[in-house]
Design a protein around this ligand. Structure first.
Ligand code: CA
Length: 224
């Protein structure tokens, strides 16, 4: 899952980036509203962590501008030192999906991020279930017929992003963008290699290759 972190405080930003990456998120960290807008125009994100006091613009202004973008708007969690009720009301009414005040507990932030993902995907349960297959994004575990499947972090991420939207075909470029940050320099066929291993471990019927187009998750796990 890919997050845009908008935070101009260097120590908070660096701490969040490291913590979130350790928890399995891909993080693009920017310090200005203008950079956040450019990133949102260039990439699809699963969520935005938004500070309000930014050097070039207020976070609330950025929030208002999000709805004018061409991409589907990712869920937004405001992370701000502004703790007054009127600030929270302004943020939530301004389009944020959640609001957490600084200082915050990292575990609470993670739990809220996962809750946002569930809400965005329209499913209340923390574990994604498709017949015999269970995907647990919090524990980053996959079980098939009750047996744990041993996946690498990239393989898990691939399965998770595909299973978030069953039946939707994702191109290799789209998957690459979801899996890697700008500073990662993977081999050009890295996504295909991970897909190959994932399909071998899980059973190829779960992830269908649409030749020349991309891949899609088949929620029934049966061959077409
Ligand atoms: Ca700030």
């Amino acid at each position: 899952m890919k997050l845009l972190l908008v935070e101009d405080d260097e120590s908070i930003g660096e701490g969040l980036r490291l913590g979130l990456q350790g928890a399995g998120w891909r993080v693009l960290w920017v310090t200005h509203a203008s950079a956040a807008q450019a990133a949102l125009a260039a990439h699809e994100f699963d969520g935005v962590l938004l500070d309000l006091g930014l050097p070039d613009r207020d976070g609330l202004e950025l929030l208002a501008a999000l709805d004018n973008g061409s991409r589907p708007r990712p869920p937004v969690l405001i992370l701000s030192a502004r703790a007054h009720t009127r600030d929270k009301v302004a943020g939530l009414n301004g389009g944020a999906d959640d609001y957490l005040t600084k200082p915050f507990d990292f575990d609470e932030l993670l739990a809220r991020l996962h809750a946002l993902q569930r809400r965005a995907a329209g499913r209340p349960q923390p574990v994604l279930r498709f017949g015999a297959l269970a995907i647990d994004p919090l524990r980053r575990e996959v079980r098939l017929g009750g047996h744990a499947i041993d996946l690498t972090p990239r393989e898990f991420d691939l399965l998770h992003v595909l299973a978030q939207r069953p039946g939707v075909v994702r191109s290799l470029d789209w998957l690459h963008d979801r899996l890697y940050d700008d500073h990662d320099v993977p081999a050009s066929n890295a996504v295909q290699v991970h897909l190959h291993h994932l399909r071998r471990k899980l059973g190829a019927a779960w992830i269908e290759n649409i030749r020349g187009v991309g891949y899609r998750f088949r929620p029934d796990g049966t061959a077409p």
